[in-house]
Every structure is written in structure tokens, then in C-alpha cells.
Design a protein around this ligand. Sequence first.
Ligand code: PMP
Length: 798
Amino acid sequence: MGLSEDVVRIDAVLHATPSRVAPDVAVAVAAETFGVQAQLATDLGSERDQTFLLFDAAGERLAVMKVSNPAEDPARLDMEALGARQAAQADPTLRIAQPWARPGSGQGVDSCRAPWQGPDALQWVRMYDVLPGRARLDPLTLDDVALHAWGDTTARLGRALRGFIHPGAIRRMPWDVQHAAACRPMLPAIADPYARAAVTTVLDRFDEVVAPRWPVLRAQVVHGDLTVDNVLADDDGIITGIIDFGDMSHTALVVDLASVLDSLGTDRTGEEMFRTARLVLDGYQRITPLETDELMLMAELWATRAAVGVAIASWRAAEGLEDAEFAERYNDSALATVEQFLATGWARSAELLGAPRSGPMALLPGSVPDPDAGDARRELAQRRDAVFGPAIEPLSYDEPLELAAADGVWMVDTEGRRYLDMYNNVACVGHSHPRVASAVARQWRVLNTNLRYLHHSAIELAERLTATCPPSLDTVLFVNSGSEANDLAWRLAAHHTGGSGALCTSFAYHGITAALAELSPETLYAPGPAPGGVNQVERWTPPDRYRGLHADSSDFVAALERLRQRGVAPAATILDGVLQSDGVLDLEPAYVQELLRLTHAAAGLWIADEVQGGHGRTGDAMWSFQRFGIEPDLVTLGKPMGNGQPVGAVITRRELVEKFAHDTVFFSTFAGNQVSMAAAHAVLDVLADEQVLPRVQVAGAELRRAVREATVHDDRIGDVRGMGLANAIEVVRDRQSKLPDVTTAVRVKDRLRDLGVLVGTTGPAGNVLKVRPPLAFTAALVPTFVATLEQALADVTG
Ligand code: PMP
């Protein structure tokens, strides 16, 4: 087969005849060029250059000498030297062979090479220190620890070269998979038609999937060949020397990893190939976390590296440039890798290498919707039922939503449909907020442990929280959820007062623990004791201003009286400041002040449950209790506190905690962990930086105004109310009767989902549309919401 034009253009060294300097000549060359007086030289065997180990008369190793390929561009050799020097300086823990300066050469960029007139052409000679370790490792001898360490070293080397640039790095080498297409002309050299077909399939896949994404992959100069043939290692397989920078090129950062995985995966098959690769990736990501695109393309990059290797080795053997037997052995193992990927499938391979299951790639414009997606989803829902059992709340919507991603106020399902999220209050500052996500991810990489050790983050967060409260609320206990916060608040109150009675609204929700079961009538199907409930609860019905019911405190007084008649002393009254479960009710400050006075008069404490109403939800203050002008005894936080990272807190008076401490010690394993604290700090930072509270006020007011205006003639919309971005649209049979119409409310909610907007239903009758978006919602989105609501109302008739 003749040399094709395309192959010639790739890299002159690829097809140039290697230099053939005899060892005795090498001894003379060493003396002539670098003044090294060697007694003996042994040829270490090398594809591109010739490499000699030089010994003195006593048999001691003096240096490693490289005699360049006659086709080599000297600027490339300078690049190698500069790269090796820069990487060693950037990360001294990397053991990188350093080139010697030519005697009398000064500090010039070409100081590492000395000219030598070879038999046919001028060649360049370089001298290196001898590094310890074995060469030409068998990858199968590397154990799990070594694999992890290889990943670590690969990442360190990439990092050490990050700022390096050299014109010589812009080069076309086919084993840099960026130029994989350059080996297509070599394919006829692959004799076995099955092998040729497999390699072609991989190159096609590269062109189809990887090439279009190439511009978004992180790129820099990489070593490109940190393979078992190119390093020295100790007996444990740990790299002791990085010896060859000859394949450096400017390409995607992950090209380095592809070559490492390909090299270390040699002769590992099936599950073991993926398992060991994951260990290498773990090591890599200890230093340099991979981006989603990089992970999603890793299988293709690795397979392409293997495929390219087969093409080059076959072609070189056919050209007589390489030993045919060696090429065949190499090809067998590279083909096994290729076949492993083809048998596993690309999507599954990506997943096995740690790519997220439905990452952004699945959502790219133009990706074809899966016709079986509905069936797959129903099957998943069945598995949910089977494994979770019937107690867990059912999925929202009859045709459940399977989500892939979310950003700000938008959620995206696995088929790429976008939804305006008007429901999820947990993602307080917006889904996937970069500040929170980065803070959490960064902290995870550094430290995540418990409060038995001193660390500034929890202490500072507690200080920031108390600073937002009245001065009496000066002590903070961290927990992991709203339920835990309320449960702990309950314990503190019961212990402090000696009482065992509690009061909550008639359709409240406060959490899942035994103490909170009775305090969460929303979740109970029948009157009577809650399953596993432990305390004695009386409930009162809060004012329904829309219907003019329960306007004064008499219902609360009656509840207190019922407790008294049962002989139960009240320990606490608990109130969700936005009464989310009771239908989102806006209370008068005077009303709440009176309830607090009555509670205190009965020797009970006041728990302000800020799990729903806190963190700026109402827009006028950080905490909803502040709207009422009251000073609670205990404040509980949850849901929005970590923007989705589980974290909660109780803020209270020191005296309560002191009394508690007299009888018990409090510790919760995860409470106050640095990752949750990082999330909570980030939420507070964003609330301040984005000036969220005033925005919430404006957006909420505009939302209510626009909904009222749009539904002014719709007799089914009885009331539009709310505080900030805690809003309710009450659906009724007609405005005259004000009778709840739960059927229509649910149909509107479902229709809104079809039209791309998510809301919930709430209230004792379930007829109240709960409109409670992330606080990232802005007034600019009101027209979108209102137009969709109008459409949904128009569609839901009869
Ligand atoms: N309090 C209120 C007012 C809530 O709405 C909730 C949760 N819906 C909780 C407490 C319990 O929080 P968590 O689900 O985090 O335990």
C-alpha cells in the first residue's frame, strides 16, 4: 500500500524511518554532544526517537540519551523540554525527567538539544537524568491502589500543564483522537473485515457524537501519552518517573485520560474493564473534577483511542515500519476494548464510566424522543409502588413527571419539555443555583464532618441567623429537616414548660416525627389519634377572611379550654406563618399577637414554624413571624434553608437550651455538617446579593393583580390571595356560594401541567391552587403564567 497524501500530512515522524544509531556510536555521540564519558550504551527501544541508557566504567547509570528521529522538528523538541520544565515547577510532586542543558548553552529555548550529524541527516541529541523505577509495565499487574494513583497523576500532570502553550503543540497526530478522522485512509490496512468494521463504527460514532461537541470540551496542551510504556513505576505500580513529552499536543484535556484508560484497560474485559476505569477516574477527579460533557463522551474518546491504535499499528505493519507480530498483539487487546464498548452500547458505557443518566446531552435540540418513554415511565412508577409501599405520597399527576434537570424557575423532563415551576419552594433561590451548587460541590471535596470538631462554618451561620432575629433569640441548634426542627422545638418547649399539650391549626402540617404526627392533621384521614403520635393536641381553625369565618380568637380560646378540661398543660402553640396547608391564609398581626398572649398566659411557648414562610417567602421580612410583630420563643427552619440540601435549625432563647442541657445532651450526626452549612450560607448570600426580598414583594403583588384581572369574569375563581410568593387561587363552584370545587381545581392543575406550568393544590378541601414558585420567579414571568392559567381555565369546562 502506498502512502496516502492524508497520512503524509499527519505527522512526518509517523512514517519516517527511525534513526538507527548503534550503541557504540551512541557512546561517542554522548561524549561529543554533552561531554558525557560513558563506557557503555544500551538501546532502550523506542518508536519515535532512539533512547540509550548510558553507563560508566563501574556500571553505574549515568544518563538517558535521546537521539531524535531525523524527521523531527527541533521546535518540537524545545516544546518538550519547556513543557517538562514547566510541569515540574508547577507541581514538584510529579517526578518528571528533566532535560540537561547543553554545555555552554546558556538559558535559550534550544539549550536542551545538541546537534549531531547522523549518517543521513542532522539529528538532535538530548540528555536526561536517570529516574528510578521499572519501565514497560504490564497493566494487569497494577492493583486498585495503583490505578487510583495513575488517575491522580494524570490529573496532576494535566493541571501542571494548564498554562503551558507552544506553537509546536498545534499538530496533527492521529493518536490524539481529535484527529481520529486522519486515520480513515489507514483502514484498508486492517486485514480482518470484522476488525475493520468495528474500528469504522467507532470512528463514525466519533464523527457523529464527539466531533460536534469538541468545541465545548476544555482544551489545553496535554501530555497525551501517559501510558504503561511511557513511565517508570515502583514495585507497587506507582509512577516514579514521567519520561516522555514527545506526544504533547493542544487538544481536549480528557484526551489524556482516554489514553491512560486505554493503556490501563489493556486485557481487562467486561465488568472489570469498567470497574478499574472508574477507579482511575476517581483518582483523576480527586484533583480535577470532570465536566458533564467530558464524562458523557469518555466512552467514545477511549474507544476512539483504541480504534485509532488499531488503525495505526495495522498501517505501520503493512508499511514495514513496525514488527507485524508486535502490531498483531497490540491490535488484539485494542480490539477487545473496542468490542467491549460496541457490545455494551454507548449510553450504558457512559453510565458505567460515571456519566449522569439523563444529562444535558440527552436534552440536546434535535435528540429524538424515545417512542417507548411512556411505557418505561409507567414501569418505573410500578417499581416505585413495589419498593416504597403505599404510605408515601402518590406521584404528582396521573401521568407522572420524570425530571432530568432544572434551572432557576424552570424544570426539564427526560423528554426535554420545559415547565415553569410555580410549585417548588425548596429551591428557594432557584433550581441548581450556581452559588449553592458550587459551594456544596466545593465543600464536599474538602471536608464534611460533624459538630464535634471545631469549624467556622456552623458557628458563623448560627451567628448570621440570630442576627436576623429579635435579640432574645440568641441560640441555634442545627438539625437536618423541618420535621427535626419542629420535633426538637417541641421537646425544648415540653421540657421547659413541663406541659404535654400542643395547639396547632386545624389543617396544619409540621412534620413526620411521632411528636409531630398529631400536629399534622393535614396528613390524617380520620379523627382520632395519629399513628404513633405521642402528644396531646387540640386544634383551632384559623380565620378564613374570604368567607368571613373564625375572624377572632374564640376558636383558639376554645381549643385552649379543651386542653385545660383534659387536664393537660399546654407546652406550645405552633404556627406556620403562611398557613400553607390550611389554604394559604394571611393573618392579621393583632390576631396572632392575641394568640401568643393567650399561649403565654397559659404558660405555653410559641413556635414559629418558618419551614414554609421563612427565608424571604413573604418578601416583607426574612421570617414570616416578623409580619405579625411578635417575638416567638422558638423559630424552626427547614426546606428553603439549603435550597434543597437537607438542613434545618431551631433558633431559641438561651435559657431554654440551658435547661435542656441540664438533663440531656444534644447531638445529631449530620447536623451542622460543612456541606449543609455551605448551602445555607450560599442561600443567605444570594438572598442578599440578588436583593430577593424586594423582588419577591413586587413579583407577588404583580402576580396577584394580574391573576385577579385575568379572572375577573370567571365565577370559578373565588379568591386570589397571598403574601409575597406564597399565593393561593381558590377555586369555587361559584362566587355566590363560595363552595369549594376540588374537581375543577385538580383539573386546572393537571391542564396547567399539560401546558407547561407546575402548581399544586392545598387547603382543607383541596380546592386551592398553591402558587409557590422558587423565589427566582420575577414579575417578568407573570404574563407567561397568567396566559397559561387563562388557557387552562378555558380548556377546563363543564
Ligand atoms: N413545617 C411545615 C410548615 C412544612 O410545610 C413542612 C414540610 N412540608 C415541615 C414542617 C416538615 O419539613 P420536612 O419535610 O423537611 O421534614
